[in-house]
Design a protein around this ligand. Structure first.
Ligand code: CMC
Length: 422
């Protein structure tokens, strides 16, 4: 045996040696030695829920790779659709494969008219677009009955293309509805990100041609957000997927997890925080209040990264390119000051708190004209590729249903008390 650990049950003196494989130890020998004794690992901080060959993160070194390719190289040379293919199928596509893939995505962007006319228009006028997206993705499952055939590879491929293709359409439909603008049908002559911008902003022109620099910047942001291994949303996708629910229902669960302010909702929270700070001069006082426990520095800190989030580094460059077109976001100076003050403060240094992906992305989205309510939606669109890659991997590995244990701390058996005696 190579590297291993030995666990001894001090009650019986029995031991078990467990090999360390891929940096982890299997729970199987442990369960045999100690039946009924469970690891207490709230929030799964030390639990590997699976073996996965999709995304590799070295949080201490600030490294992120999709299928072995560094995120910096993908952001510079690739496109979101190519990256989605890479995540799902494991290899970069050939020219023919990419053409077919792009065609299949492009020709699945339309949504059933009932989705738009009856379902989306049924929401209250001020419904949050992320709430609309979560529920409309779940509703899609009712349109594709055979989506339940999750072990049929062809059926799976169809749902994967539909989901990647329809997320931007649903997202833009939610936005248009919230501002009282008519729905815009997808334009198959445009690229993935340019088409999304068209469905968002088109008014009366026959064809909406987005500024190429902005379409490119959005595509880079989509690449950066496409996957991040076993985060909260992906875990939700896998847990629901492990019950063999259809992929629309599992994606709705993943999107619901992303909605929370500790996860994909943080970019919205960053803009609110920067607006409240109001001026670079107020930054030191704000940082002091965070240190005293009055709230968190939004867009800072990460469960895995104990270094600068590599995505934040790329987003910072992308921000400069976007601001050249849109003009500088006035909140940028506050953000830069905040980063400078926090990164030279022992509170943040000792806790290894660095800017994460959400710190600068909101500034770009805002400069491009997206309302803050759309920020998490802009995260969900590309993350769909990652969720589906993990879902496909889970199905192919034929994993068992996710079902953790608990350490029961409640009352022991006690007799029922009639209401008159309570
Ligand atoms: N501001 C101030 N203090 C913080 C922050 C922060 N943003 N994040 C962590 N800390 C402190 C925390 O108070 C704790 O201090 P102490 O040891 O004195 O109690 C220590 O750092 C460790 O924090 P934790 O809560 O144990 O860390 P976690 O791994 O459970 O939480 C996190 C990770 C991302 C939820 C958290 O850092 C946070 O709330 N950040 C702000 C929200 C945010 O930016 N979220 C986006 C994450 S990146 C995109 C995504 O994956 O969705």
């Amino acid at each position: 045996m190579g590297e291993s650990i030995t666990i001894t049950d001090n009650r019986t003196g029995e031991s078990v040696e467990i090999p360390i494989e891929y940096g982890g130890i299997s729970s199987e020998p442990f369960k045999k030695l100690l039946p009924g004794v469970w690891f207490e690992d709230e929030a799964f901080t030390a639990t590997a829920a699976t073996r996965s060959a999709i995304t590799d993160i070295d949080g201490d070194a600030g490294i992120l790779r999709y299928r072995g390719y560094p995120i910096e190289q993908l952001a510079e040379h690739s496109t979101y659709l190519e990256v989605a293919y890479l995540l799902i199928f494991g290899e970069l596509p050939t020219t023919e494969q990419l053409e077919q893939w792009t065609h299949d995505i492009t020709y699945h962007t339309y949504i059933h008219e009932n989705m738009r006319k009856r379902f989306l228009e049924g929401f209250h006028y001020d419904a949050h677009p992320m709430g609309m997206l979560v529920s409309s993705v779940a509703a899609l499952s009712t349109f594709y009955e055979n989506a339940k055939d999750i072990f049929d590879e062809e059926v799976r491929y169809k749902q994967i293309t539909r989901l990647i293709a329809k997320m931007p359409t649903l997202a833009a439909a939610a936005y248009r509805f919230s501002v009282g603008m008519p729905f815009v049908y997808p334009d198959n002559s445009l690229s993935f990100s340019a088409n999304f911008l068209s469905t968002m902003w088109k008014v009366a022109e026959p064809r909406y041609d987005a500024n190429p620099a902005l379409a490119k910047a959005l595509d880079v942001l989509f690449i950066l957000h496409a996957d991040h291994e076993q985060n909260c949303g992906t875990t939700a996708m896998r847990v629901v997927g492990s019950s063999h629910a259809d992929p629309y229902s599992a994606t709705a669960a993943a999107a619901a997890a992303l909605y929370g302010p500790r996860h994909g909702g943080a970019n919205e929270a960053v803009i609110k925080m920067l607006t409240e700070i109001g001026s670079p001069d107020n930054v030191p006082a704000f940082v002091e209040s965070v240190k005293q426990g009055k709230g968190r520095l939004q867009g800072f800190g990460h469960r895995v990264y104990k270094n600068y989030d590599p995505r934040a580094q790329i987003i910072k460059q992308t921000a400069d390119e976007v601001f050249e077109v849109t003009g500088k976001n006035p909140l940028l100076d506050i953000a830069l000051k905040l980063e400078e003050v926090a990164l030279s403060d022992d509170y943040f240094i000792s806790r290894k708190l660095y800017p994460n992906v959400d710190f600068y992305s909101g500034l770009i989205y805002q400069a491009m004209g997206f309302p803050t309510e759309m920020f998490t939606v802009l995260f969900a669109i590309p993350r769909t590729a990652g969720w589906l890659a993990h879902w496909q991997e889970l199905i192919e590995q034929d994993q068992r249903i996710a079902r953790p244990r608990q350490l029961y701390t409640g009352a022991g058996e006690r007799p029922y008390v009639p209401i008159s005696e309570r």
